[in-house]
Write a protein that binds this ligand. Structure first.
Ligand code: KIV
Ligand code: ZN
Length: 516
């Protein structure tokens, strides 16, 4: 079995998804979970993009011990210096340099001839070599680059000192046959190719990212790049969980495997979805809510007789397990602790106490508290932004004959309670107007989504919002058995994040720098 290295770029290419904006604490939280998942390499950000990005990469580099941490850089000295600074505390640092090579990018974006592209990239790799032992080079838009020029670029990168050459299908244009053929050709034609690793980086514009990554593996790729849940620019990147499970399920066919701890897939997917606010569609392969659900009578009958009739993978493999212990309002601290351990949480006494109080609140409203409820509660509890405002109460008066009115009471840090009321076009609008009045923040609601985290009439609802204020965009989330309360909590969470963001100059890479 060949080992396929997994290069996760959830925190860089994934974070480039529209509306996604992770703060430093959230980046570290995801990085630590990726470490548990067993990724070999993780790209933590683009340090030259902003001081905030640099600080985020640095925080990840300090926290992660068992994976190589990577920073992205254009082929420029100041970008390389920024990565050097960001990764100064990393156990196993690596720089990822890129420069576009396709005729379209050379002509319209870079305005460079082939020779200039070769020289610029070579100078950058040689400069980076002074500081890094591990260098990955990406000829951006490799998929649309002339194959003989791509061979030349790869040969130059090897000579200059790259240890990995990554082949990005930047615009998701390739078909599996064509993409596989690039790897086959590089392997056959480029002198010294055996000295480096070849990597595949695919985008999903035509829905072919996973198929293309697998075709690359079949043709000699040593590494696959991608993100959890396939998040990323436009239609996203290769879903790493899809590649890992394809290799696991079809081992005999691919003769290759990853070192991922597959049972951490479900938890990682949930965490990424929660923190990015990018909801996983129910029918998404591997991690969608319906991926292991069987609806039709014929399928259910087959499953009851023999699971393999309709199930090619078991949900347990990715860490979805049936609960043995059902928690409710009569459950005590002992059962609660057991459940935490069962779900993989290792909390200190104070955290257990805080989470137990929240659990008791929920158990009063909901008969059975499921594993999903617990995870939603815990993840909300454990990943908190410093709170300036906290919700004390929300009251809504609604009838389909009159204008909805909302009254809100917020607790302001060290400043007592504030009460406000407002009318709106709907109940949520009225709540948001009352919160605006109470906080005196001038914000624009850019996105609102609601999702049921669990099933049944008493399910927990999770609301995600994106708020904008000038150049800043932040996400907020709230969980409750009541969707109006969840809506209020999400909005207040976003306002707290906005205030936190204004205090530090940290901005997302998308705010001020483009990847050229
Ligand atoms: O898609 C792409 O080309 C990239 C590069 C920076 C590798 O993300
Ligand atoms: Zn990309």
């Amino acid at each position: 079995m060949r080992k396929i290295y997994i290069f996760d770029t959830t925190l860089r290419d994934g974070e480039q998804s529209p509306g996604v904006n992770l703060n430093m604490q959230e980046k570290v939280e995801i990085a630590l979970q990726l470490e548990k998942l067993g990724v070999d390499r993780m790209e933590a950000g683009f340090p030259a993009a902003s001081p905030g990005d640099l600080a985020g990469v640095n925080a990840v580099a300090r926290a992660v011990k068992n994976a190589s941490v990577i920073g992205l850089a254009r082929s420029r000295e100041q970008d390389i210096d920024a990565v050097k600074e960001a990764l100064k505390d990393a156990q196993d640092p690596c720089i990822h340099l890129f420069l576009a090579t396709s005729p379209i990018h050379r002509k319209h974006k870079l305005r460079m001839e082939k020779q200039q592209v070769l020289e610029t990239a070579e100078a950058a790799i040689r400069y980076a070599k002074k500081y890094f032992n591990k260098i990955e080079f990406s000829p951006e838009d490799a998929g649309r680059t002339e194959l003989d020029f791509l061979c030349e670029v790869t040969e130059m990168a090897i000579r200059a000192g790259a240890t990995v050459v990554n082949i990005p299908d930047t615009v998701g244009y390739m078909t599996p046959y064509e993409f596989g053929n690039i790897f086959k050709t590089l392997k056959e034609k480029v002198p010294g190719i055996e000295k480096i690793q070849l990597s595949a980086h695919c985008h999903d514009d035509l829905g072919l990212a996973t198929a293309n990554a697998l075709a690359a593996i079949q043709n000699g790729a040593d590494q696959v790049e991608g993100t959890i849940n396939g998040i990323g620019e436009r239609a996203g990147n290769t879903s790493l969980e899809e590649v890992a499970m394809a290799l696991e399920t079809r081992q005999e066919f691919f003769q290759a495997k990853t070192s991922l701890v597959l049972s951490e897939i479900a938890r990682t997917s949930r965490l990424v979805s929660k923190l990015t606010g990018m909801v996983v569609p129910g029918n998404k392969a591997i991690v969608g809510a319906n991926a292991f659900a069987h609806e039709s009578g014929i399928h259910q009958d087959g499953m009851l007789k023999e699971k393999t009739t309709y199930e090619i993978m078991s949900p347990e493999t990715i860490g979805l397990k049936e609960s043995k212990l059902v928690l409710g309002k009569h459950s005590g601290r002992h059962a609660f602790r057991e459940k935490l351990v069962d779900l993989g949480y290792n909390l200190g006494d104070d955290q257990v106490n805080a989470a137990f109080a929240k659990f008791k609140d929920l158990a009063d409203k909901k008969k059975n508290v499921t594993d999903e409820d617990m995870i939603a509660l815990l993840e909300e509890k454990l990943i908190e932004t410093p709170e300036v405002y906290a919700l004390e109460s929300v009251q809504v008066s609604y009838s389909n004959q009159s204008t909805p009115t909302a009254s809100i009471r917020l607790k302001k840090l060290e400043d007592g309670s504030i009460e406000e009321a407002a009318v709106g076009n709907g109940s949520v609008d009225a709540i948001y107007k009352a919160i605006d009045k109470a906080t005196q923040e001038d914000v624009e609601l850019d996105d609102y989504s609601i999702q049921s985290v669990t099933q049944g009439k008493d399910a927990l609802g999770e609301v995600h919002v994106v708020l904008k204020q000038g150049d800043y965009a932040v996400t907020g989330r709230g969980v409750s058995t009541d969707i109006l309360e969840a809506s209020a909590r999400a909005y207040i969470d976003a306002i707290n994040r906005l205030i936190d963001k204004r205090k530090s100059p940290a901005r997302s890479s998308r705010d001020n720098v483009t990847l050229i």
